[in-house]
Design a protein around this ligand. Structure first.
Ligand code: TXA
Ligand code: MG
Length: 337
């Protein structure tokens, strides 16, 4: 046991109307500079007072996260975001009105009040207003913005349940508010409004088409060459992120056959309702053909594959359209070695 280990408490709360006593206990911890994991509509976040440098530093320690990777600041609403930015363009106003509270993160020029540790010393800050009632209640009760990356050890799969959080962070955080499984299942869309035209840094539940219909065309794709302001436009875009422990590849029936013939134990995530063929050493997992439902269960399914101790996870390639962009992005990163 590590000597710096803390006792991690779990408080179960009703996801729709959380008990105010539990929320105020969690809020007191946040105000005291402690770490509290909580559900959002995307994944569980690991929260600390965003205005307290030491508290935010302890997020990085708990996660084993490189200090150059900035964290998202959570606020209850657009009004509270204004204190944290030095510019609030018309596009931000329109997007916030349409999608907040919700799974959209906006990157904007920072205000001086935001500590360097939050922004990775950069000139911008990422902000979102989460829709989950537990996250909302915690933000309101804490009366401070809450910095929160996903509540997992760095480069592991994001957590969609409190159990997932405890798997990697037990003993490293003070409390997890257990509000059951999260709804979206994948992390928020990250959009930078700090460059012109705006650029999608991470695809997510709010699609490119939804954003473009409100504010016009975004930059075509991520800059591939490192320009000076965009050396690492979003460090979360590092390859091999969002990955299960088990090696994962994208492939079809032929590849599954090949791996089975080579003697491997396989978990196969496909779109057919039943296994296209039976085989020993094969666990077939039927996935939804609807991208929203697919995303909701993706990480929980990958966590379960890790638990099943298979040698390889094979995922049938998802369709090639905008509605599946976030899922393709996470799978491609999970497959990167
Ligand atoms: O859904 C979500 O966004 C969840 C929940 C908890 O809100 N949070 C989350 O945080 O996924 P995290 O830290 O795991 O991912 C945040 C992403 C990272 O890719 C990070 O590099 C990027 O946002 N990011 C944060 N601040 C940024 C900034 N100022 N400029 C560019 N990218 C930034
Ligand atoms: Mg993360």
């Amino acid at each position: 046991m590590r000597t710096d280990e803390v006792e991690t408490r779990r408080l179960t709360v009703d996801p729709k109307s959380p008990d105010p006593t539990a929320i105020s206990e969690a809020a007191e911890l946040i105000r005291a500079g402690k770490l509290v994991a909580f559900p959002t509509e995307t994944v569980y976040g690991l929260g600390a007072n965003a205005l307290d440098t030491d508290a935010v530093r302890s997020i990085f320690t708990a996660k084993g996260r490189p200090s150059t990777n900035p964290v998202i600041v959570h606020v209850p609403d657009a009004g509270s975001a204004l204190n944290l930015v030095s510019a609030w363009p018309e596009t931000a106003e329109r997007l916030a009105a349409a999608f907040w509270p919700g799974p959209l993160t906006l990157v904007l020029p920072r205000a001086a009040i935001v500590p360097d540790v939050v922004t990775g010393d950069g000139p911008t800050v990422a902000i979102r207003a989460p829709a989950h009632p537990v996250a909302q209640a915690l933000l309101v009760a804490s009366r401070v913005p809450i910095a929160a990356p996903s509540a997992n050890r760095s480069s592991n799969l994001s957590p969609t349940t409190a159990d997932h959080v405890l798997r990697t962070l037990r003993g490293r955080i003070d409390l997890v508010l257990d509000g059951g499984p999260t709804a979206s299942g994948i992390e928020s869309t990250v959009l930078s409004l700090a460059v012109e035209p705006p650029i999608l840094l991470r695809p997510g539940p709010i699609t490119r088409a939804q954003i473009e219909s409100l504010i016009g065309q975004l930059a075509a794709s991520l800059p591939s060459a490192a320009g000076e302001n965009v050396a690492l436009p979003s460090p979360g875009m590092l390859a091999r992120h969002y990955a299960p422990r088990t090696p994962l590849e994208i492939g079809g029936a032929d590849r599954v056959r090949e791996l089975l013939d080579a003697g491997l134990r396989i978990a196969w995530l496909g779109f057919d309702t039943g296994s296209p063929f039976a085989a020993d050493r094969l666990i077939y997992i039927p996935m939804s053909t609807d991208p929203t439902n697919y995303a909701a269960l993706l990480y929980a399914t990958l966590h379960a594959c890790d638990d099943a101790n298979v040698d390889r996870i094979v995922v049938t390639p998802p369709p090639d359209d905008d509605a599946w962009a976030a899922i393709r992005d996470r799978l491609t990163r999970a497959a990167a070695t």
